[in-house]
Design a binder for this molecule. Structure first.
Ligand SMILES: Cc1cc2nc3c(=O)[nH]c(=O)nc-3n(C[C@H](O)[C@H](O)[C@H](O)COP(=O)(O)OP(=O)(O)OC[C@H]3O[C@@H](n4cnc5c(N)ncnc54)[C@H](O)[C@@H]3O)c2cc1C
Length: 516
């Protein structure tokens, strides 16, 4: 589609000023209507519908607070063609765009903007999954949640699964765009490592597939982070062989000394176990009687095999854990997903999450085991703030075989495990207390984690690493977070971005910048 000169000028002004030119709300709405798109709402036309749709999938309650800017219009296209038309209308009318699939962005980047007026295109109605057992592939529309994807695959086969994260309400649109770590990462790599085609609406309003977009853009889409490249409307993924029975487990242990010893051992074992076994560890403070606290851990994970085999492998390699049969559950792959997500298999398709919280998260990668003294210092933070926890997720296996430049996610061989720090709360008046705790904890961890750059995971997006209003960062400014997420792949991402979206139509506070 060819844009008029006025449209191009408008896009250029939008990129420079962060303010939509000719920002004509009736103009946008009449454009949408002329194109046959009726499924949109504004805060003034239907306030209660607008509010319930806006907050339906937004996970982090920090971004529902009064000072946060909200989109002028919320568009819910019903087809891929409606996405194309919505993008064209927004660009023509000079509106900044945000795209949302599952709404799980840790920093609310799919639902908010620094621009006073922006349009939110929400893909929740574009959520079909077509599974083809002949080719062992599936086309999944980007608005489908991972739970919907898991269920659709399980309906067709008990022998094939999908590598994707544990929370069923996450959108495949954002999750796959940032990589997608899962219990299958050690066996099959990230979700993004298993994408074989994609459909994208680009900054010119064109619908492109892998062939027509070219390999550079297809590379960038698979892990280069959501919100920078256009709107992915569908992914084609490779289905992955799973055995008829897998074993999931939950092993809890309490006490500072025991937790220190177990976690210290785990660091040298978990990344090097056979790739069929994934053992992650949650660590948190716990209240004892009175004011006394202690530290607790939960090992949880999955073995692609039967329970007796799992017990053999663990008892041989990690006897200190003392795993017992009663802590394991041998089940089908699909039931292992619901077990891990604390839900039922029937509920995997539910898009609603009744237990939303305020939260802040951060991430790190570790390249050499943290000494016991370093771990004990970390436990002090967890005992100070019982609403905080950390998750150590092992790398290794297939993650080590894939080259760091294969897709934009660069943290492969040499990275032992990923750390996710989280603190969740319900009382919004205490935001600064929890944010401060998180930042102090992260600062404490500096000597123990990767350096130059301090690596981070873009799906655990963290604006503390740096940000620019409206995605206006220069290439140099964005390096501070770009290299943490993408390492040496950052410059290639900038080159792709500059080529495919020179006016920076698709952007957010941490999007990939354009070379000026
Ligand atoms: C409870 C919870 C559990 C999680 N568990 C895991 C896990 O197990 N493993 C893991 O790796 N991560 C996990 N995450 C992180 C998750 O992968 C990211 O938050 C991911 O970005 C969510 O995707 P979404 O579509 O739900 O989010 P959204 O908020 O909709 O989008 C996230 C970003 O991607 C962009 N985007 C969304 N859709 C599209 C699209 N169709 N095309 C282009 N850009 C798009 C958005 O604009 C935004 O910038 C978890 C997050 C939460 C809140």
């Amino acid at each position: 589609m060819a844009f008029s000169r006025v449209s191009l000028l408008c896009i250029a002004l939008l990129a420079i000023s962060g303010w939509a030119c000719a920002q004509d709300a009736p103009g946008l709405m009449s454009c949408l209507q002329q194109k046959g798109i009726t499924n949109f709402t504004t805060s003034s036309s239907a306030p209660s519908m607008y509010t319930s749709m806006l907050y339906f999938s937004l996970q982090n309650l920090r971004f529902t607070e009064p000072g946060v800017l909200r989109p002028f219009v919320l568009i819910l296209p019903r087809t891929k063609q409606e996405v194309v038309k919505s993008v064209r209308c927004c660009i023509r009318q000079g509106w900044e765009i945000r795209v949302r699939s599952g709404g799980h962005s840790y920093e609310g980047l799919s639902s908010t903007s620094d621009a006073r007026n922006f349009a939110l295109i929400d893909l929740m109605n574009i959520a079909d999954v077509k599974v083809d057992m002949k080719s062992k592939t599936a086309w999944v529309e980007a608005g489908a949640t991972v739970g919907e994807l898991y269920s659709a695959v399980a309906e067709k086969s008990t022998e094939y699964g999908v590598a994707a994260g544990t929370c069923p309400t996450m959108g495949t649109g954002g999750h796959f765009s940032g990589g997608g770590m899962s219990l299958l990462s050690r066996k099959y790599g990230l979700a993004a490592d298993n994408i074989i085609d994609a459909l994208l609406v680009d900054a010119n309003g064109r619908l492109l597939d892998r062939k027509s977009m070219g390999e550079d853009l297809f590379w960038a889409l698979r892990g280069g982070g959501g919100g920078s490249w256009g709107i992915v409307v569908a992914w084609k993924i490779q289905l992955l062989k799973v055995p008829p029975k897998v074993t999931v487990f939950t092993v809890k242990r309490t006490g500072r000394d025991q937790v220190t010893e177990l976690v210290h051992r785990w660091q040298s074992i978990a990344p090097f176990l056979e790739e069929d076994l994934f053992i992650r560890v949650f660590i948190y403070g716990t209240q004892l009687q009175g004011d006394h606290t202690d530290v607790q851990l939960t090992f949880s994970g999955m073995y692609l095999g039967r329970q007796d085999q799992l017990l053999n492998v663990v008892n041989k390699n990690f006897p200190e854990m003392g795993m017992a049969a009663g802590e394991c559950n041998e089940t089908s792959w699909i039931d292992s997903i619901s077990y891990t997500a604390y839900t039922t298999t029937a509920d995997l398709v539910s898009r609603s999450n009744p237990n939303k919280m305020y939260f802040k998260a951060k991430s790190d990668f570790v390249t050499s085991p943290i000494p016991p003294s370093g771990l004990q210092g970390a436990w002090k933070f967890l005992e100070e703030e019982l609403k905080g926890f950390i998750i150590f997720a092992p790398q290794g296996g297939r993650m080590y075989e894939i080259q760091p430049s294969e897709i934009p996610f660069p943290h492969r061989a040499g990275y032992l495990y990923n750390i996710q720090y989280q603190v969740t709360w319900k009382d919004s008046t205490k935001d600064s207390q929890y944010m401060d705790w998180m930042r102090r904890f992260y600062a404490y961890m500096t000597p123990y984690v990767s350096k130059s750059p301090r690596a981070a995971y873009v799906n655990y997006i963290d604006l503390d690493l740096g940000s620019a209003p409206n995605g206006t960062a220069t290439v140099q400014e964005a390096r501070s977070w770009g290299e943490s997420y993408f390492g040496a792949n950052y410059d290639r991402l900038v080159t792709v971005k500059t080529k495919i979206d020179p006016y920076n139509v698709f952007r957010n506070a941490q999007s990939i910048p354009v070379k000026k």
